[in-house]
Design a protein around this ligand. Structure first.
Ligand code: MTE
Ligand code: MO
Length: 320
Protein backbone atom coordinates (compact mmCIF):
# COMPACT_ATOMS: atom_id res chain seq x y z
CA UNK A 1 0.00 0.00 0.00
CA UNK A 2 1.20 3.50 -0.76
CA UNK A 3 1.73 5.55 2.38
CA UNK A 4 1.50 9.23 1.59
CA UNK A 5 3.84 11.67 3.29
CA UNK A 6 1.83 14.09 5.44
CA UNK A 7 2.93 17.16 3.45
CA UNK A 8 1.87 15.42 0.23
CA UNK A 9 -1.65 14.87 1.53
CA UNK A 10 -1.90 18.44 2.74
CA UNK A 11 -1.03 20.20 -0.51
CA UNK A 12 -3.50 18.22 -2.57
CA UNK A 13 -6.27 18.40 0.01
CA UNK A 14 -5.96 22.19 0.21
CA UNK A 15 -6.08 22.74 -3.54
CA UNK A 16 -8.83 20.26 -4.19
CA UNK A 17 -11.02 21.21 -1.28
CA UNK A 18 -10.88 24.85 -2.43
CA UNK A 19 -11.83 23.95 -5.97
CA UNK A 20 -14.65 21.79 -4.66
CA UNK A 21 -15.92 24.59 -2.45
CA UNK A 22 -15.83 27.12 -5.25
CA UNK A 23 -17.69 24.76 -7.58
CA UNK A 24 -20.47 24.21 -5.09
CA UNK A 25 -20.70 27.76 -3.84
CA UNK A 26 -23.01 28.83 -6.67
CA UNK A 27 -25.86 27.00 -5.04
CA UNK A 28 -24.86 26.87 -1.40
CA UNK A 29 -23.80 30.49 -0.94
CA UNK A 30 -27.32 31.65 -0.22
CA UNK A 31 -28.17 28.66 1.94
CA UNK A 32 -25.21 28.28 4.25
CA UNK A 33 -22.71 30.74 5.61
CA UNK A 34 -19.38 30.41 3.80
CA UNK A 35 -17.69 29.93 7.16
CA UNK A 36 -19.59 26.69 7.79
CA UNK A 37 -18.27 25.26 4.56
CA UNK A 38 -14.80 26.63 5.16
CA UNK A 39 -14.72 25.05 8.63
CA UNK A 40 -15.72 21.69 7.16
CA UNK A 41 -12.95 22.05 4.60
CA UNK A 42 -10.34 22.84 7.23
CA UNK A 43 -11.53 19.93 9.34
CA UNK A 44 -11.23 17.50 6.42
CA UNK A 45 -7.84 18.86 5.53
CA UNK A 46 -6.58 18.29 9.08
CA UNK A 47 -8.23 14.87 9.36
CA UNK A 48 -8.07 13.11 6.01
CA UNK A 49 -9.64 9.66 6.36
CA UNK A 50 -7.10 6.90 5.72
CA UNK A 51 -7.28 5.23 2.34
CA UNK A 52 -8.83 1.80 2.70
CA UNK A 53 -8.66 -1.21 0.43
CA UNK A 54 -11.75 -2.13 -1.57
CA UNK A 55 -12.09 -5.73 -2.55
CA UNK A 56 -14.11 -6.46 -5.67
CA UNK A 57 -14.06 -9.53 -7.88
CA UNK A 58 -11.60 -9.88 -10.75
CA UNK A 59 -13.07 -9.58 -14.26
CA UNK A 60 -12.09 -12.55 -16.42
CA UNK A 61 -11.14 -12.63 -20.12
CA UNK A 62 -10.25 -8.96 -20.56
CA UNK A 63 -8.68 -8.15 -23.93
CA UNK A 64 -6.21 -5.26 -24.31
CA UNK A 65 -6.62 -3.67 -27.75
CA UNK A 66 -3.48 -1.74 -28.73
CA UNK A 67 -5.30 1.40 -29.94
CA UNK A 68 -6.55 2.33 -26.47
CA UNK A 69 -3.34 2.24 -24.46
CA UNK A 70 -1.21 5.13 -23.26
CA UNK A 71 2.39 5.35 -22.07
CA UNK A 72 1.45 7.88 -19.39
CA UNK A 73 1.88 6.83 -15.78
CA UNK A 74 -1.30 5.32 -14.35
CA UNK A 75 -2.86 6.69 -11.21
CA UNK A 76 -2.86 4.17 -8.40
CA UNK A 77 -5.90 2.12 -7.39
CA UNK A 78 -5.79 3.96 -4.05
CA UNK A 79 -5.94 7.37 -5.75
CA UNK A 80 -8.73 6.36 -8.14
CA UNK A 81 -10.90 4.87 -5.37
CA UNK A 82 -10.40 7.47 -2.63
CA UNK A 83 -10.80 10.75 -4.52
CA UNK A 84 -14.24 10.74 -6.10
CA UNK A 85 -17.13 12.88 -7.21
CA UNK A 86 -20.40 11.10 -6.50
CA UNK A 87 -22.79 13.63 -4.99
CA UNK A 88 -25.51 11.07 -4.24
CA UNK A 89 -23.19 9.74 -1.51
CA UNK A 90 -21.18 12.78 -0.46
CA UNK A 91 -19.96 16.11 -1.76
CA UNK A 92 -16.59 15.44 -0.10
CA UNK A 93 -14.28 13.58 -2.49
CA UNK A 94 -12.51 11.74 0.31
CA UNK A 95 -15.78 10.65 1.99
CA UNK A 96 -17.49 9.06 -1.06
CA UNK A 97 -15.68 5.72 -0.70
CA UNK A 98 -16.88 5.23 2.86
CA UNK A 99 -20.43 6.49 2.20
CA UNK A 100 -20.83 4.19 -0.82
CA UNK A 101 -19.32 1.16 0.90
CA UNK A 102 -22.65 -0.66 1.36
CA UNK A 103 -24.29 0.43 -1.89
CA UNK A 104 -26.35 -2.50 -3.25
CA UNK A 105 -25.61 -3.20 -6.92
CA UNK A 106 -27.34 -6.59 -7.39
CA UNK A 107 -29.80 -7.26 -8.88
CA UNK A 108 -29.25 -4.47 -11.44
CA UNK A 109 -30.79 -3.75 -14.82
CA UNK A 110 -30.48 -1.04 -17.47
CA UNK A 111 -33.71 -0.24 -19.29
CA UNK A 112 -32.93 0.87 -22.86
CA UNK A 113 -35.77 2.44 -24.83
CA UNK A 114 -37.13 5.51 -26.58
CA UNK A 115 -36.57 5.87 -30.32
CA UNK A 116 -35.34 2.32 -30.96
CA UNK A 117 -36.72 -0.62 -32.91
CA UNK A 118 -36.03 -3.17 -30.14
CA UNK A 119 -36.33 -1.72 -26.62
CA UNK A 120 -34.82 -4.05 -24.05
CA UNK A 121 -33.98 -4.29 -20.36
CA UNK A 122 -30.47 -5.68 -19.91
CA UNK A 123 -29.42 -7.51 -16.78
CA UNK A 124 -25.98 -6.59 -15.46
CA UNK A 125 -24.87 -10.23 -15.68
CA UNK A 126 -25.61 -10.14 -19.41
CA UNK A 127 -23.71 -6.86 -19.86
CA UNK A 128 -20.69 -8.32 -18.05
CA UNK A 129 -20.58 -10.99 -20.78
CA UNK A 130 -20.18 -8.43 -23.59
CA UNK A 131 -16.50 -8.62 -24.66
CA UNK A 132 -14.66 -6.75 -21.93
CA UNK A 133 -11.68 -4.60 -22.97
CA UNK A 134 -9.14 -2.61 -21.04
CA UNK A 135 -9.19 1.08 -21.98
CA UNK A 136 -6.51 3.28 -20.47
CA UNK A 137 -7.84 6.84 -20.67
CA UNK A 138 -6.98 10.28 -19.38
CA UNK A 139 -9.84 11.57 -17.20
CA UNK A 140 -10.22 15.34 -16.71
CA UNK A 141 -12.65 16.87 -14.21
CA UNK A 142 -14.05 20.33 -14.95
CA UNK A 143 -12.64 21.37 -11.55
CA UNK A 144 -9.10 21.20 -12.94
CA UNK A 145 -7.71 17.84 -11.77
CA UNK A 146 -7.01 14.73 -13.83
CA UNK A 147 -6.00 11.09 -13.60
CA UNK A 148 -5.00 8.23 -15.93
CA UNK A 149 -7.30 5.25 -15.33
CA UNK A 150 -7.24 1.68 -16.67
CA UNK A 151 -10.97 1.13 -17.17
CA UNK A 152 -12.56 -2.14 -18.21
CA UNK A 153 -15.69 -2.08 -20.33
CA UNK A 154 -17.15 -2.24 -23.81
CA UNK A 155 -18.15 0.24 -26.51
CA UNK A 156 -21.52 1.85 -25.86
CA UNK A 157 -22.09 1.19 -29.58
CA UNK A 158 -22.20 -2.57 -28.87
CA UNK A 159 -25.26 -2.03 -26.69
CA UNK A 160 -26.93 0.59 -28.91
CA UNK A 161 -26.59 -1.65 -31.98
CA UNK A 162 -28.61 -4.34 -30.19
CA UNK A 163 -31.63 -2.03 -29.68
CA UNK A 164 -31.44 -0.62 -33.24
CA UNK A 165 -31.84 3.17 -32.98
CA UNK A 166 -34.48 4.63 -35.32
CA UNK A 167 -33.58 7.28 -37.91
CA UNK A 168 -35.33 9.86 -35.73
CA UNK A 169 -33.00 9.20 -32.76
CA UNK A 170 -30.45 12.02 -32.47
CA UNK A 171 -29.47 11.95 -28.78
CA UNK A 172 -28.92 9.45 -25.98
CA UNK A 173 -30.09 10.26 -22.45
CA UNK A 174 -28.71 8.46 -19.37
CA UNK A 175 -30.02 8.24 -15.82
CA UNK A 176 -28.37 7.17 -12.54
CA UNK A 177 -30.26 5.18 -9.92
CA UNK A 178 -31.79 7.36 -7.25
CA UNK A 179 -32.58 5.48 -4.04
CA UNK A 180 -33.37 7.72 -1.08
CA UNK A 181 -32.72 4.83 1.31
CA UNK A 182 -29.14 4.49 0.15
CA UNK A 183 -28.36 8.02 -1.03
CA UNK A 184 -28.59 11.54 0.35
CA UNK A 185 -31.33 13.95 -0.69
CA UNK A 186 -31.19 16.27 -3.64
CA UNK A 187 -31.14 19.13 -1.12
CA UNK A 188 -28.04 17.78 0.65
CA UNK A 189 -26.36 16.99 -2.65
CA UNK A 190 -27.11 20.48 -3.98
CA UNK A 191 -28.10 19.12 -7.42
CA UNK A 192 -31.32 17.65 -8.83
CA UNK A 193 -31.50 13.87 -8.50
CA UNK A 194 -31.63 11.43 -10.20
CA UNK A 195 -28.43 12.51 -11.92
CA UNK A 196 -28.99 12.71 -15.69
CA UNK A 197 -26.62 13.13 -18.63
CA UNK A 198 -26.71 12.99 -22.41
CA UNK A 199 -24.72 12.68 -25.61
CA UNK A 200 -25.40 13.35 -29.26
CA UNK A 201 -25.92 9.99 -31.02
CA UNK A 202 -22.67 10.28 -33.02
CA UNK A 203 -20.74 10.95 -29.79
CA UNK A 204 -22.43 7.95 -28.17
CA UNK A 205 -21.49 5.71 -31.11
CA UNK A 206 -17.84 6.86 -31.19
CA UNK A 207 -15.41 3.99 -30.49
CA UNK A 208 -13.82 5.86 -27.55
CA UNK A 209 -17.16 6.00 -25.67
CA UNK A 210 -17.56 3.06 -23.32
CA UNK A 211 -19.76 1.61 -20.65
CA UNK A 212 -17.22 0.79 -17.95
CA UNK A 213 -17.75 -2.21 -15.70
CA UNK A 214 -14.47 -2.12 -13.81
CA UNK A 215 -10.97 -0.77 -13.37
CA UNK A 216 -7.55 -2.24 -12.67
CA UNK A 217 -8.85 -5.69 -13.65
CA UNK A 218 -11.60 -5.70 -11.01
CA UNK A 219 -15.32 -5.04 -11.02
CA UNK A 220 -16.25 -1.38 -10.61
CA UNK A 221 -15.83 -0.13 -7.02
CA UNK A 222 -19.05 1.45 -5.68
CA UNK A 223 -17.47 4.90 -5.37
CA UNK A 224 -16.53 4.87 -9.08
CA UNK A 225 -20.08 4.12 -10.26
CA UNK A 226 -20.77 0.41 -9.76
CA UNK A 227 -21.93 -1.67 -11.40
CA UNK A 228 -21.74 0.19 -14.73
CA UNK A 229 -21.04 3.78 -15.77
CA UNK A 230 -20.35 5.84 -18.86
CA UNK A 231 -16.83 7.01 -19.79
CA UNK A 232 -16.40 9.74 -22.42
CA UNK A 233 -12.68 10.55 -22.20
CA UNK A 234 -12.67 13.77 -24.28
CA UNK A 235 -15.34 15.48 -22.15
CA UNK A 236 -15.25 16.85 -18.62
CA UNK A 237 -15.74 14.14 -16.01
CA UNK A 238 -19.31 15.07 -15.09
CA UNK A 239 -20.51 13.73 -18.47
CA UNK A 240 -19.31 10.26 -17.34
CA UNK A 241 -22.47 9.39 -15.43
CA UNK A 242 -22.30 6.64 -12.80
CA UNK A 243 -24.49 3.66 -11.82
CA UNK A 244 -26.75 3.82 -14.89
CA UNK A 245 -30.28 2.35 -14.77
CA UNK A 246 -31.87 3.96 -17.86
CA UNK A 247 -30.80 4.80 -21.40
CA UNK A 248 -33.28 6.60 -23.62
CA UNK A 249 -32.87 7.57 -27.29
CA UNK A 250 -34.48 10.91 -28.10
CA UNK A 251 -34.96 13.35 -30.97
CA UNK A 252 -34.06 16.46 -28.98
CA UNK A 253 -31.22 17.39 -26.63
CA UNK A 254 -31.88 15.86 -23.20
CA UNK A 255 -31.49 17.82 -19.94
CA UNK A 256 -28.21 17.30 -18.04
CA UNK A 257 -27.68 17.66 -14.29
CA UNK A 258 -24.90 20.25 -14.14
CA UNK A 259 -26.49 22.32 -16.88
CA UNK A 260 -29.72 22.41 -14.85
CA UNK A 261 -27.76 23.34 -11.70
CA UNK A 262 -25.76 26.17 -13.29
CA UNK A 263 -26.60 26.79 -16.97
CA UNK A 264 -24.15 29.68 -17.26
CA UNK A 265 -21.28 27.42 -16.13
CA UNK A 266 -21.90 23.97 -17.67
CA UNK A 267 -23.11 23.27 -21.19
CA UNK A 268 -24.42 20.13 -22.89
CA UNK A 269 -21.21 19.45 -24.86
CA UNK A 270 -18.61 20.12 -22.16
CA UNK A 271 -15.68 19.05 -24.30
CA UNK A 272 -12.31 19.47 -22.59
CA UNK A 273 -10.94 22.71 -24.03
CA UNK A 274 -7.96 24.67 -22.66
CA UNK A 275 -9.00 27.73 -24.70
CA UNK A 276 -12.44 28.17 -23.13
CA UNK A 277 -12.49 29.33 -19.52
CA UNK A 278 -14.98 28.18 -16.98
CA UNK A 279 -16.62 31.50 -15.93
CA UNK A 280 -14.80 31.30 -12.59
CA UNK A 281 -11.46 29.66 -13.48
CA UNK A 282 -9.08 28.95 -16.37
CA UNK A 283 -9.11 25.53 -18.02
CA UNK A 284 -5.65 26.00 -19.59
CA UNK A 285 -3.89 23.76 -17.05
CA UNK A 286 -4.74 20.89 -14.73
CA UNK A 287 -3.37 19.09 -11.69
CA UNK A 288 -2.67 15.43 -12.40
CA UNK A 289 -3.37 13.73 -9.08
CA UNK A 290 0.00 12.61 -7.67
CA UNK A 291 2.02 15.30 -9.45
CA UNK A 292 3.36 18.51 -7.94
CA UNK A 293 3.22 20.97 -10.82
CA UNK A 294 0.27 21.68 -13.08
CA UNK A 295 0.36 20.45 -16.67
CA UNK A 296 -1.16 21.89 -19.82
CA UNK A 297 -4.69 20.76 -20.62
CA UNK A 298 -5.02 19.34 -24.13
CA UNK A 299 -7.85 20.09 -26.58
CA UNK A 300 -10.44 17.28 -26.30
CA UNK A 301 -8.26 15.94 -23.48
CA UNK A 302 -5.68 14.78 -26.05
CA UNK A 303 -8.22 12.93 -28.24
CA UNK A 304 -8.54 15.64 -30.93
CA UNK A 305 -7.32 13.33 -33.74
CA UNK A 306 -10.06 10.85 -32.88
CA UNK A 307 -13.02 13.15 -32.14
CA UNK A 308 -12.24 16.52 -33.80
CA UNK A 309 -14.36 15.56 -36.84
CA UNK A 310 -17.51 15.35 -34.67
CA UNK A 311 -17.40 19.11 -34.10
CA UNK A 312 -16.36 20.37 -37.53
CA UNK A 313 -18.10 23.64 -38.34
CA UNK A 314 -19.22 24.14 -34.71
CA UNK A 315 -17.98 27.16 -32.78
CA UNK A 316 -16.49 25.56 -29.64
CA UNK A 317 -16.78 28.87 -27.78
CA UNK A 318 -20.53 28.88 -28.37
CA UNK A 319 -21.39 25.17 -28.00
CA UNK A 320 -20.13 24.78 -24.46
N1 MTE B 1 -24.41 9.84 -10.77
C1 MTE B 1 -23.33 10.60 -10.73
N2 MTE B 1 -22.40 10.49 -11.72
C2 MTE B 1 -21.28 11.25 -11.69
C3 MTE B 1 -21.08 12.21 -10.66
C4 MTE B 1 -22.07 12.30 -9.63
O1 MTE B 1 -21.97 13.09 -8.68
N3 MTE B 1 -23.16 11.47 -9.71
N4 MTE B 1 -19.96 13.02 -10.68
C5 MTE B 1 -19.32 13.23 -11.98
C6 MTE B 1 -18.05 13.93 -11.88
S1 MTE B 1 -18.11 15.60 -11.60
C7 MTE B 1 -16.85 13.31 -12.08
S2 MTE B 1 -15.40 14.15 -12.12
C8 MTE B 1 -16.78 11.84 -12.23
C9 MTE B 1 -15.87 11.28 -11.15
O2 MTE B 1 -15.64 9.91 -11.38
P1 MTE B 1 -14.68 9.11 -10.40
O3 MTE B 1 -15.12 9.32 -9.01
O4 MTE B 1 -14.76 7.69 -10.84
O5 MTE B 1 -13.28 9.68 -10.63
O6 MTE B 1 -18.06 11.21 -12.11
C10 MTE B 1 -19.14 11.91 -12.73
N5 MTE B 1 -20.35 11.11 -12.68
MO1 MO C 1 -16.00 16.41 -12.31
Amino acid sequence: MVIKKPNEIKSSEITDEQTYLSRRNFIRAGLLAGTTLATTGVYRFLNPPPPKPFITAEIQDVTKPTDFQTTEKLNTFEEITNYNNYYEFSTSKTAVARQAENFITRPWTIEVGGLVRKPKTFDIEELLKFGQEERIYRFRCVEGWSMVIPWIGFSLKTLLDKVEPLGTAKYVAFETLYDSKQMQSSFSAGIDLPYVEGLRLDEALHPLTILATGLYGKQMPNQNGAPIRLIVPWKYGFKSIKSIVKINLTSSEPPTTWNIAAPSEYGFYSNVNPNVRHPRWSQATEKRIGEYTRRETLLFNGYADEVGKLYEGMDLKRFL
